[in-house]
Design a protein around this ligand. Structure first.
Ligand SMILES: [Zn+2]
Length: 140
């Protein structure tokens, strides 16, 4: 077993746990963007979003609760990002799916270039994309 999060779940790697239940564990990120940066992980190993079952929905529910909790602490927090990297191209670094809960404030070190199109996309192109996703949804 060479997965850091599986080792933490098994209790063989150190972590600062903030929450746990039957399916989810939440812990402090060892390399936080800001103090209070948490990771929500599934107890069962799953590589990415498509490998998750009900635990995936629960992961986001716990993330939402943790975001609320962070705002109630004295940690600096003017906003929150929930961030999930699904796949190497999306900046996933540990291939056991995890949701980042990141307290944010103006002027912090977090950087994520959006890369958004500078111009609005023609409606016909958007409709083509929407059709592809709708078709994939009905085939699930
Ligand atoms: Zn794992």
């Amino acid at each position: 077993m060479d997965c850091l999060f599986c080792k933490i779940v098994a209790g063989t790697a150190e972590a600062s746990i903030v929450y746990q239940d039957d399916t989810i564990l939440a812990l402090c990120d060892l390399y936080p963007v800001n103090p209070g940066h948490l990771l929500v992980v599934t107890r069962a190993h799953a590589t990415g979003l498509t490998d998750l079952d009900e635990a995936g929905r629960h992961m986001f529910t716990v993330g939402q609760r943790l975001a609320t909790a962070i705002r109630r602490t004295d940690l600096r927090c003017e906003g929150i990002n929930l961030f999930l990297a699904d796949g190497a191209a999306a900046l996933q670094d540990i291939f056991h799916v995890h949701l980042h809960v990141i307290p944010r404030y103006v002027g912090d070190r977090f950087r994520l270039a959006s890369g958004q199109s500078p111009m609005p996309t023609p409606r016909s192109d958007l409709d083509t994309v929407a059709g592809k996703v709708r078709a994939a949804l009905t085939n699930q």
